[in-house]
Design a protein around this ligand. Structure first.
Ligand code: ADP
Ligand code: MG
Length: 269
């Protein structure tokens, strides 16, 4: 046998860096637990795989460019009775992404659309899918600029690569007709290849206005809704609810109204 001193170099060459970095403590633990050779090998491989998975997830989260860290566990389903926890668990499995389905999260501001988009994006990364998060405004600006610079093809490819593309806040600003056409090109490009998750404060029936062109809106919706799930979230803004709780917001009582839960009846104090 060659010298055992070569072991770290061999592990490096095999890219088993987690085993290499903790070799002594892993072997000590295997001995302490009286593992046989097969069990010890399993234990070492497990350590390596755990570290590689962790690195992959960290890298995936970085590439995805989420605006903030949110998880499904951190989503309070009690506070949001319009969402079925079973449907969330099903979405977390990523089957819809494997199928290339679209997911629309619709609802008024503050009800948790972006939170859920980020949390589902995170679940997708854990399950090995590539994810990219962008806002509708950033996406349209980027596509328009690329179009003007004669590099639309390149940009469309960029946004078509991730298995899941999350487009947040569609509909907060109306799109001009060029932006609507560019978005249509992106949706066509991704159609049946990768999933789109879109959040919007506007109902699907209002998308004609959002895109400023009923024909383009219909063409976009035709592709989006073909294989899709639509989750409509109702209720009060969670943000305002927290503020109300902490006393930052006081209810604006209209004559004869019970002060309380109607979001329209509150104001910043
Ligand atoms: P929007 O629907 O406008 O995208 P967000 O997802 O940004 O709303 O939610 C606003 C804030 O409230 C975020 O910080 C989010 O984490 C939090 N939030 C919203 N709904 C819930 C919920 N059901 N459980 C926990 N946090 C929530
Ligand atoms: Mg949002």
């Amino acid at each position: 046998m060659e010298t055992l001193d070569e072991l770290p170099a061999m592990l490096t060459r095999l890219r088993l860096t987690a085993i290499r970095d903790r070799l002594d403590s892993l072997l000590d633990e295997a001995a302490r637990r009286e593992l046989n050779l097969r069990e010890a090998l399993y234990f070492l491989c497990r350590s390596e795989i755990e570290r590689k998975d962790q690195r992959r997830i960290e890298m995936g989260l970085k590439i995805a460019k989420f605006p903030y860290v949110r998880t499904l566990e951190g989503f309070d389903t009690q506070a949001q009775p319009s969402i079925d926890p079973g449907q969330l668990r099903e979405l977390a499995t990523g089957r819809w992404i494997a199928n290339g389905d679209a997911l629309l999260l619709l609802g008024p501001p503050g009800v948790g659309k972006t939170h859920l988009a980020v949390a589902l994006g995170r679940e997708a990364i854990v399950r090995g899918y590539s994810v990219l998060f962008t806002t509708a405004v950033a996406l349209m600006t980027s596509l328009s600029q690329a179009h003007a610079a004669g590099r639309l093809e390149e940009r469309l490819t960029h946004y078509s690569k991730p298995k899941l593309l999350i487009v947040d806040e569609l509909g907060y600003l109306p799109l001009d007709s060029q932006a609507a056409h560019l978005f249509f090109q992106l949706v066509s490009r991704r159609y049946e290849r990768g999933s789109l998750l879109i959040t919007s404060n506007r109902a699907v029936s209002e998308w004609g206005e959002v895109f400023g062109d009923a024909v383009v809106a219909t063409a976009i919706l035709d592709r989006l809704l073909h294989h899709s799930q639509v989750l409509t979230i109702r209720g009060d803004s969670y943000r305002l609810r927290e503020k109300r709780r902490s006393g930052l917001l006081r209810p604006l009582a209209a004559p004869g109204d019970q002060p309380g839960d109607n979001p329209q009846s509150t104001t910043l104090s």
